[in-house]
Design a protein around this ligand. Structure first.
Ligand SMILES: NC(=O)c1ccc[n+]([C@@H]2O[C@H](COP(=O)([O-])OP(=O)(O)OC[C@H]3O[C@@H](n4cnc5c(N)ncnc54)[C@H](O)[C@@H]3O)[C@@H](O)[C@H]2O)c1
Length: 277
C-alpha cells in the first residue's frame, strides 16, 4: 500500500534503534513518503548520555536501510529544544524534498523519574524541555511551512498512556504528556482552517530502549524481578500483551493518511484496551 506516495515526513527522535520513531519512519517510507530521520546524534550533558539517545551512526544506518528498500530518506541531526536547529531541520527538508506534509513529534525523555518530594528542578526542566517545548517548536515550524505551502498537512504527537493517567515518580513525564494533549487540541482548533490536522497517539508500555529502562526502574521500585513485572503488565491488558513499535507506526500511518481526513484534535489510545478514556 503506497497511500502516502509523494508526501514528505519528519519524525523527531527517529534515530534510536528499536525505538517507536524508527518503526514510524520505516513504515511511512514503505507507504511512499520521503522521510527525514532526525535525532540528537551526539550526547549533550548529563541527562542526554550516549546510552539514552539516537546516535549519528544509528541515524545513518536507518537511512541506508530505508534506501536499500527503495525508499527516499535523509538524516538531519536536530535538538528539538533549540528553535534555530528546528527551523534548519524544516529548511533542509524543504530544500531536499520540496515540501513538508507530515510532522511527527516523537522525541521524548522517559528515563528521568524521581520521588515527587525530591524531584529536582533541573530534572523537571530536562523532561518538559524535550517532551513539551520540543513538540511546540517543531509543531510551530511545521505549521508555518504548511501554511506557506497552502496544501494542508498533518501534525502527530506521540504522547503516552501518561497523557491520560497518573504514574508514580513520573510527575514531569506525566505533566509533559498531558500538556501534549492540550497542545494537540489547541493546535487542531487553530490550524484547522489551513487544512492542517493535529492528532496525538497514546501508547501503553512498549519495551524500547526507553521502555527497558522503565521496566528496570519500576520492577526495582516494586521489589519484583524484571520478568514478573512485565508479566503483571501483560496480565492487566485486555488483549494480553504489551505494545509493539509497529502498533504505533500503523496508527501514525493512518492519522497521516486521507483515511483519517475528518479526524483532528484526537488523542488516540493504542494500548490494547488498557487505557480507554
Ligand atoms: N516505550 C514506551 O513504553 C512508550 C510509551 C508511551 C509513550 N512513549 C513515547 O514514545 C516516544 C518514543 O519513545 P521510545 O520508547 O521509542 O524511546 P527511545 O528512547 O527509543 O526514543 C526517544 C528518542 O528521542 C530522542 N530525543 C531525546 N531528546 C531529544 C532532543 N532533545 N532532541 C531530539 N531528539 C531527542 C532520543 O535520542 C531517542 O532517539 C517518546 O516520546 C515516549 O515518551 C513511549
Amino acid at each position: 500500500m503506497k497511500n502516502l506516495k509523494g508526501k514528505t515526513a519528519i519524525v523527531t527522535g527517529s534515530g534510536r534503534r528499536k525505538g517507536i520513531g524508527e518503526a514510524i519512519i520505516k513504515l511511512l517510507a514503505k507507504r511512499g513518503c520521503n522521510v527525514v530521520v532526525t535525532d540528537l546524534g551526539e550526547p549533550t550533558g548529563r541527562n542526554f548520555a550516549k546510552k539514552h539517545i539516537g546516535s549519528s551512526s544509528e541515524m545513518k544506518a536507518i537511512v541506508r536501510e530505508i534506501k536499500s528498500a527503495k525508499g527516499q530518506a535523509i538524516s538531519v541531526p536536530c535538538d528539538v529544544r533549540k528553535s534555530k536547529q528546528v527551523e534548519e531541520l524544516v529548511a533542509k527538508t524543504v530544500k531536499k524534498f520540496g515540501k513538508l506534509d507530515i510532522m511527527v513529534n516523537n522525541a521524548g525523555v522517559g528515563y528521568i523519574m524521581e520521588e515527587f518530594t525530591d524531584f529536582k528542578e533541573s530534572s523537571w526542566d530536562a523532561v518538559l524541555d524535550v517532551n513539551l517545548k520540543g513538540a511546540f517548536l517543531c509543531s510551530q515550524a511545521a505549521a508555518r511551512q504548511m501554511i506557506r505551502q497552502k496544501s494542508g498537512g498533518c501534525i502527530i504527537n506521540i504522547a503516552s498512556q501518561a497523557a491520560k493517567s497518573g504514574f508514580p515518580f513520573a510527575a514531569a513525564y506525566t505533566a509533559s504528556k498531558h500538556g501534549m494533549i492540550g497542545l494537540t487540541r489547541s493546535n487542531a482548533v487553530e490550524l484547522g482552517k489551513y487544512g492542517i490536522r493535529v492528532n496525538a497517539v497514546c501508547p501503553n508500555h512498549i519495551t524500547t530502549g526507553l521502555g527497558h529502562w522503565q521496566n528496570e526502574f519500576f520492577s526495582k521500585k516494586l521489589g519484583m524481578d524484571y520478568e514478573t513485572y512485565l508479566q503483571a503488565i501483560v496480565d492487566k491488558n485486555p488483549l494480553g500483551r504489551t505494545g509493539l513499535v509497529q502498533d504505533i507506526a500503523k496508527a501514525v500511518a493512518f492519522l497521516a493518511s486521507d483515511e483519517s481526513d475528518y479526524i483532528t484534535g484526537e488523542a488516540m489510545n493504542v494500548s490494547g484496551g488498557e487505557e480507554y478514556h
